[in-house]
Design a protein around this ligand. Structure first.
Ligand SMILES: [Zn+2]
Length: 112
């Protein structure tokens, strides 16, 4: 169930649209003026987004808001993306670290 954000080329308003049916994507219209001249913006939120597309849409140069880390699936994403940008491939080890960070187990280990 992806949510896409659009900017209307006609009235310049921005809106997001939740697609329940993938077929709707090609016939989306502006909520305000009904124009179909839309520019698709990066989706800022996506239900069931794969980690791969999260990483792709993830811009490490921009500050992340508070809400970002309320989604626990985003924890560790930054580190992972930075690693990739730097050409460091930790493979499954990174996944393990990130997973521990996400679940809070990493803290338990520090407290030992
Ligand atoms: Zn419009």
């Amino acid at each position: 169930m992806p949510i896409y954000e659009y900017r209307c080329n006609q009235c310049k308003k921005e809106f997001s649209h939740l697609f329940l049916n993938p077929k709707e994507i090609s016939k989306v219209k502006c909520k305000f003026c009904n124009s179909s001249h839309l520019t698709k913006l990066l989706s800022s939120f996506c239900v069931q987004q794969t980690e791969e597309s999260r990483l792709k849409n993830f811009d490490t140069s921009k500050p992340r808001g508070e809400n970002f880390y309320r989604d626990s699936r985003n924890v560790g994403l930054w580190a992972k993306k930075r690693m990739r940008e730097l050409g460091v491939d930790l493979g499954s080890k990174m996944d393990e670290i990130v997973e521990r960070g996400r679940t809070g187990k990493i803290l338990e280990e520090y407290n030992k």
